[in-house]
Design a protein around this ligand. Structure first.
Ligand SMILES: [Zn+2]
Length: 241
């Protein structure tokens, strides 16, 4: 049975480790050629991440890739520190890559919060030479092939990742289980809610065995939860507004 920190979907021949950093989740994928970190947590989380990597059998130099779903500080804040200690390549969408290189967050928050963030909030920037841009139709050599899916809405440049062979979807903030319930990104922090609804529906349509969200525990083999949110989104997308 999966434990709180262990995500091992039955259909997976490789391992995925859930790292609960407190406010946001990161995930480690283990492959024969090295490890991949999905999202990097708030600034100051590098020691935690490398500690979990060690428990998972990896040295810092074994970390080959850091994939960032979107450039919000809680997902990208420790990317620079983890990159510097591991030498890993950082993968992100075009706009996210630019933000990572300047330590800035994307625009999608309520106006006052956004104003304060634009003015005062920076996280450690990743050197451009270590960043590679990814997008729709790209596939990373992780978990038997990790597809990059453009899932705009929460932020305009947001990517989820899906491994068909492992049956796992890394949803970033396109989906969450924050209150113990599978849900879409909240409208008050969505850059484009209609796009967010379409992106969420796209991920649900994959019927992943595991939905590994940025916030809340991973959802494991819970088709009823997927169907419930799917029905809600179908009405919203289908003109139920
Ligand atoms: Zn976010």
């Amino acid at each position: 049975m999966p434990t709180r920190s262990d995500v091992r979907p039955d259909r997976s021949s490789t391992d995925v480790l859930w790292i609960d950093t407190g406010s946001v989740n990161c995930y480690l994928c283990r492959d024969p050629d090295g490890y991949t970190l999905i999202d990097a947590g708030m600034p100051g989380k590098a020691d935690l991440i490398f500690g979990r990597l060690a428990e998972f059998g990896g040295q810092p130099s074994d970390l080959a890739r850091i994939v960032i779903t979107h450039a919000d500080m809680d997902h990208a804040g420790s990317a620079a520190a983890v990159q510097a200690r591991s030498g890993a390549t950082v993968y992100a969408g075009q706009a996210s890559a630019e933000l990572l290189a300047t330590g800035r967050s994307p625009r999608h928050m309520p106006a006052v919060v956004q104003f304060l963030m634009d003015r005062f909030v920076r996280y450690p920037a990743v050197a451009r030479s270590h960043i590679r841009v990814i997008g729709e139709e790209d596939e990373l050599p992780v978990l038997g092939g990790l597809r990059v899916l453009a899932t705009p809405g929460h932020t305009l440049d947001h990517h989820a990742l899906y491994s068909p062979s492992a049956g796992i979807c890394f949803a970033g903030d396109a989906l969450n289980t924050r209150d113990g319930r599978l849900q879409r990104t909240p409208p008050r922090i969505s850059a484009d809610q209609a796009a967010a609804d379409r992106s969420a529906a796209r991920l649900l349509a994959l019927s992943p065995a595991v939905i590994a969200c940025g916030h809340g525990a991973p959802l494991i083999d819970d088709p009823a939860a997927v169907t419930a949110l799917w029905e809600q989104l179908r009405q919203q997308i289908g003109g139920g507004r």
